[in-house]
Design a protein around this ligand. Structure first.
Ligand code: ZN
Length: 275
């Protein structure tokens, strides 16, 4: 049986990873996965979502469910892992990690070992033809299959919406679950997780202002509330909802919490310090 190795962080398993796994399984059943330690993963990627144990468990579950197979997973603290000491027939990499594979073979050459055959997999692209990555998934921009978030789809026109107004950077459209007639959502065309992430937030709020004034005029109300939540769809957005007499509008945030004065002071200190 051919010995195959591949490596990575595999923070959130996605279609790109699956392409690697499929190739590895095609090449031979004896598979070793080098899984980055938490420290090494953070050095390379900055933030990670799942710790080593969880990432390992997800991989094991994935292989067991798909191939009824147990794979050997070894913790790696650098790009080499076991590839320096042990021999393998194939090293499966993505375009992104191809450079590391070359380094591994160079190192092996220095040690007088024969090269491992490198098998490079084409980068799997998301709906927008950009690579699928854990960062983008974590940010809600795409799902693990590479489908774009629903608001990005509206921007691209693959999902229809009642558009109100748009410019180069922003789009206003009617919420398809309106709380009142004229309930409008305002989004940046570029995907950001939170409104606070928009680098040009000032321009964003100027756009919001323009639309809010138009709603006031059109719906003949002086009462246009704005809501910024962000939990429902992971693409920065703001709701403008015109209030009308007796419209029974209510929303229910979590209950009021009792926080001691001491704790309040501590929270105040923390936030002030961070500013
Ligand atoms: Zn989006």
């Amino acid at each position: 049986m051919k010995k195959v190795i591949l490596g990575g962080t595999f923070d959130i398993l996605h279609k790109g990873h699956q392409a690697l796994f499929n190739k590895a399984m095609e090449l031979g059943g004896d598979l070793t996965i080098g899984l980055t330690s938490d420290q090494f993963a953070r050095e390379m990627k900055g933030e990670i979502f799942h710790n080593f144990e969880k990432r390992k468990e997800n991989l094991e579950t994935f292989f067991f469910q798909k191939w009824k197979k147990e794979v050997e997973i070894v913790k790696i603290e650098d790009i080499f892992g076991p590839t320096i000491k042990e021999d393998f027939d194939y090293l499966v990499v993505s375009e992104e990690t191809f450079g590391n594979a070359l380094k591994i073979n160079k190192e092996r050459e220095k040690l007088g070992k024969k090269k491992i055959e490198i098998v490079k997999i084409k980068m799997v692209l998301a709906e927008d033809k950009k690579p699928i990555s854990c960062t983008r998934i974590r940010n809600g921009e795409i799902d693990s299959e590479g489908n774009l978030c629903v608001f990005c789809k509206i921007v691209r026109g693959t999902i229809k919406a009642f558009k109100i107004f748009e410019d180069e950077k922003f789009l206003a459209f009617l919420d398809k679950n309106p709380r009142n007639p004229g309930h409008t959502l305002i989004i940046p065309k570029e995907h950001f997780r939170w409104v606070w992430d928009i680098p040009y937030a000032g321009q964003y709020f100027e756009f919001v202002q323009r639309v809010a004034k138009a709603i006031k005029k059109a719906l003949k109300t002086n009462w246009v509330i704005s809501l910024v939540l962000g939990d429902e769809i992971w693409h920065a957005h703001l709701h403008l909802i015109p209030r009308l007499p007796n419209d029974k509008f209510y929303y229910s945030p979590p209950p009021v919490k009792k926080i001691s004065e001491e704790e309040m002071k501590e929270i105040q200190r923390k936030i002030k310090k961070a500013l």
